[in-house]
Design a protein. Structure first.
Length: 343
């Protein structure tokens, strides 16, 4: 069987979001092939799409993709054998270890009976709030994005984002942020619901085949009423100092990681200090400024701060929070009074 290398890579990459880096359930670290489809499942996300490699079996996902990415020819010839998927090209051959029996529990994922179009602005709303969910697992409910009939929101305990819009959800529903965030780059067009899963469907960004990504519903209480009260906090209009943009662009090298989704900013009458910190290190920059507002310190999503400094948008500051309103999107983050450093 001869297969186009690039086409196969594209098909596998569309379902890669369902691969577990470490095995969580049987074959969750594999690409599973069956009846002209490739499937992945990691207990939080399930994916399936049509596949040009028409075999049955499970192959370790990372190994397969790494090999295909380094394959120098436009096509590759495959042949199935017991416990193996053999491949060859000009002057090269090899095989993937293949599990003949499919044990991936993808049958646990229900199938929606009907689909509806995703409303305009829905994917953008997910993108806007996705910088606010918690990345560490000590508060599992804060690792989720909360979808309600009237808004989409996320909070990590220090910052929160809410986008007000009519959504397809009939009641509040929690989906893991790390799972649902993946759909924002895949041009999903339809949504479907079952008891334990929310399903998204579209032609993939890398493939014309139909792609379905299913996100497991997380059951827990969410502090939505508390967030509503905080969003109503009275605050005074303010303008952030100029000159932050270049600092933001440099410091997000450390802040744009799974460990940290914010920059720490301190503004005084004489200087602004910004720190980006993540699992791979940290960097702090300080710049002299003239600022007439009250000294304030806060943590803020890097992308939002970049947009604020780009467009010179205004914000509001109280003694507890800084608030930003951008159309239907509201953002809040905790503030503190910084200790003024000596020159």
């Amino acid at each position: 069987m001869e297969v186009e290398r690039d086409k196969l890579i594209n098909e596998l990459r569309t379902v890669e979001v369902g691969v577990a880096p470490k095995k969580t359930v049987e074959q969750s670290d594999c690409f599973v092939f069956r009846k002209g489809e490739v499937m992945t499942y990691n207990d939080e996300v399930a994916c399936h799409t049509d596949c040009s490699l028409s075999i049955t079996g499970a192959i370790h996902a990372e190994t397969m993709l790494r090999m295909l990415m380094k394959w120098p020819e436009k096509t590759i010839t495959f042949k199935r054998a017991a416990g193996q998927l053999k491949f060859k090209g000009k002057g090269r051959r090899g095989h993937f270890k293949t599990e003949d029996k499919i044990t991936l529990p993808i049958q646990d994922v229900e199938t929606p009976k009907k689909w509806q179009e995703i409303p305009k602005g829905f994917i953008d709303a997910i993108t806007q709030v996705s910088g606010c969910y918690k990345r560490s697992a000590e508060s599992p409910h804060l690792c989720c994005i909360n979808f309600t009939p009237k808004w989409i929101e996320a909070c990590d305990g220090a910052q929160a984002g809410r986008c007000v819009m009519a959504t397809p959800f009939k009641s509040p529903t929690l989906l893991k942020g790390s799972a649902v965030k993946q759909i924002t780059a895949l041009y999903m067009t339809h949504i479907g619901f079952t008891d334990n899963w929310v399903h998204f469907k579209a032609a993939g960004i890398w493939s014309e085949a139909e792609l379905v990504i299913s996100c497991h519903v997380y059951i827990d209480e969410y502090p939505s009423d508390d967030l509503t009260a905080i969003f109503k906090t009275k605050a005074s209009p303010a303008t952030l100092p100029a000159g932050l943009k270049e600092m933001v662009d440099r410091l997000t090298v450390f802040a744009d990681t799974d460990a940290s989704q914010w920059l720490e900013v301190e503004v005084t009458a004489d200087y602004v200090k910004v720190t980006g910190q993540g699992s791979q290190g940290s960097q702090t920059e300080r710049k002299k400024i003239k600022y007439e507002g009250k000294p304030v310190g806060f943590r803020i999503n890097p992308q939002l701060l970049r947009e604020l400094t780009d467009k010179n948008d205004k914000c509001s500051i109280s003694d507890k929070v800084i608030k930003v309103q951008k159309g239907a999107f509201e953002y809040i983050t905790s503030v503190w009074v910084p200790i003024v450093e000596e020159e």
